[in-house]
Design a protein around this ligand. Sequence first.
Ligand SMILES: [Mn+2]
Length: 284
Amino acid sequence: MKLSFGGVDNDLTSFKKAKAVILPVPYGKTVTYRKGTEKGSSAILKASDNLELFDGEINKEIYKIGINTLSPLKVNGLKPEKMIKVVEDKVFDIFKKKKFPVILGGEHSVTIGAVRAMKKHYKDLSILYFDAHYDLRDKHKGSRYNHACVARRLIEISPVIEAGVRSLSKEEFDFLPDKNVKVIKMLDMMKRPDWEKDVKKYLSKNVYISVDLDVLDPSIMPSVGTPEPGGMGWYGLLRGLRKIIADKKIVGFDVVELSPIKDMISPDFTAAKLVYKMLGYVFC
Ligand SMILES: [Mn+2]
């Protein structure tokens, strides 16, 4: 059965009418610790069935923008380079048809394809990158496209602003500073409650947002492959997103790295609600 985001299935959810298009990318090949990110996108879609469609912060029924859900991309056996190309082509196709792409991971490498597609049109693109990890390794476990290298690949395309980061290797520490990456550490964010002002200063007008769910604290988001203590809370992340999205043109976003734990529904629902809230901030 094909899953539809929000459990809604009416004329608003047709590709033609929808403003936003959800692209599930079930991919988990380069994950290094706990496996299972290839199951993330379907878990988000299933959980989204249970969303309250009215949003009490925005005071709107966000689904009325029209949210279409595509069939999951068939990429899970592919090498990361191949998968990235499939994602790039699909996201570019969504964009060409004047729809707003929302990519559901899958592991973080899917972001490279999405950003490549967006860069074809938006020359001044910048990337807002929420993650516990710096992801700036040049190579990991023999691959330049491992999920630990994603930000390093992205800065070869466009400037990256990392937020919420709190785990890095000596190699990554030595690599910094670099002109194409700005880092707002989790520790800095705790000292400066209006951290989003720094983020906005660094971003260009056209922004792609990538949310690795491990940016959240493992107490509310245990269902990730590489959990890291001391992460963001739900309201902190939402508040930052709302303020940043209000000031920038968001061209697309992704939510990645959900690695569902059997019978633990709260993290899956949290991910689905995050996607829905972000759509509300962008469109409502
Ligand atoms: Mn991460």
